[in-house]
Design a protein around this ligand. Structure first.
Ligand code: KIV
Ligand code: ZN
Length: 388
């Protein structure tokens, strides 16, 4: 049975670039956008064109070079924003305007000081206006995570009538639990008239570390687009991480969902974004962290050397990592030492290994990690014992 497609909407260059200190110039954004296109993302959110002349130029240049993906520009539900976004996207092969407004009680009361009816009016007006420039209009209901489902469904219904092709349901504050976010998607699928005409989209923030789990719950309950960023960068604690959701869907064929992403490019993409944005990737980050395929405890190393499937659920090559690594520390066992020693040219008998292992442990207790050139030194130190 062929799998259902989940669209990947990458917002590294918009929500990701909002991170303090991660500002990129147009040239850097162009390089990332072309790489994202190659990676196979369906949509590149290139920026927020009205926010600054620099952002306008970036969106407009990206629109010219991207070959496959839809290029999207963000706006508020404001006519001027929409006009400027349409202008920036004029050369895009597949342009999308992403417009919207806050729908939660706190946004309606404190941000807009208005009523629910007026919010719907503004949402519909914005979608209709965007639709006069481009066919593909995505609507976001900001803070949908804390918006009551009945009102959210009403907003969705009205913007679909106005022509929205995608409905973005952001958990803007990263508050929802996966069950709650999944139930929200289910409610919308079951209660919004005309929902078949639009794609439901997950846009989750990571304030409670739940962005990935919430996005997966969203697609399990009918959403077919995930908005995410490379390395999960984004406002505050970040957005859903692209590499995580892609690999979850790939490693779980039972979900019967997949994306167009060429996962072999993930590692390189992660490094490129990290370097250009000056934002380091935590070593234990899933999929792309430097320790994601590094085994350091003796029990795990022994298992992986016998058969990699004992402690690895992903083939490193599938995400562009040459091979998993066996890191030598004072917690490593004889199997790991023999394995690494063989790699640098020493085939050890059982008796030799016993001797070298004693020397190795003394060395490893002084040094956090034993490198290949340390192995040569340990062999020298063990030589006399072996020869005797
Ligand atoms: O988090 C959010 O609500 C957003 C919207 C502007 C789409 O980024
Ligand atoms: Zn966001």
């Amino acid at each position: 049975m062929s799998k259902e497609k989940v669209h990947i909407f990458d917002t590294t260059l918009r929500d990701g670039e909002q991170v303090p200190g991660c500002k990129l110039d147009t040239q850097q954004k162009l390089i990332i956008a072309e790489r994202l296109d190659l990676l196979g993302v369906d949509v590149i959110e290139a920026g927020f064109p009205i926010s600054s002349p620099g952002d306008f130029t970036s969106v407009s240049e990206i629109a010219k070079v991207v070959k496959e993906a839809t290029v999207c520009g963000l706006t508020r539900a404001v006519k001027k924003d929409i006009e400027v976004a349409a202008q920036a996207l004029v050369h895009a092969k597949r342009p999308r305007i992403h417009t919207g407004i806050g729908t939660s009680d706190s946004h309606i009361r404190y941000k807009f000081n208005t009523t629910k009816d007026k919010i719907i009016e503004r949402a519909v007006e914005a979608v209709k206006y965007a639709k006069s420039f481009v066919e593909d209009v995505e609507f976001y209901a900001e803070d949908a995570g804390r918006t009551d489902n009945e009102f959210l469904a009403k907003v969705c219904e009205e913007v679909i009538k106005a022509g929205a092709t995608v409905l973005n349901i952001p958990d803007t504050t990263g508050y929802c639990l996966p069950e709650e976010y999944g139930a929200k998607m289910k409610y919308l699928r079951e209660n919004v008239k005309g929902i078949d005409k639009a794609i439901l989209s997950c846009h989750c923030h990571n304030d409670l570390g739940l962005a990935t789990a919430n996005s997966i719950a969203g697609v399990q309950h009918g959403a077919r687009q995930i908005e995410c960023t490379i390395n999960g960068i984004g406002e505050r604690a970040g957005n859903t991480s692209l590499e995580e959701v892609v690999m979850i869907l790939r490693q779980h064929p039972d979900l019967n969902l997949d994306t167009n992403i060429n996962s072999r490019l993930l590692n390189e993409m992660s490094r490129m974004v990290s370097e250009k944005m000056g934002m380091i990737v935590q070593p234990n980050k899933a999929i792309v962290g430097s320790n994601a395929f590094a085994h350091s405890s003796g029990i795990h190393q022994d298992g992986v050397i016998k058969n990699r499937e004992t402690y690895e659920i992903i083939d490193p090559a599938d995400v562009g990592v040459d091979e998993s690594s066996i890191v030598l520390t004072a917690r490593s066992g004889r199997a790991a030492l023999a394995y690494r020693a063989k790699k640098v040219g020493y085939e050890l008998s059982k008796r030799q290994l016993d001797v070298v292992y004693v020397e190795f442990l003394k060395f490893a207790d002084r040094k956090k990690e034993v490198a290949d050139n340390d192995i040569h030194l340990i062999m020298e130190l063990s030589k006399l014992e072996i020869e005797n």
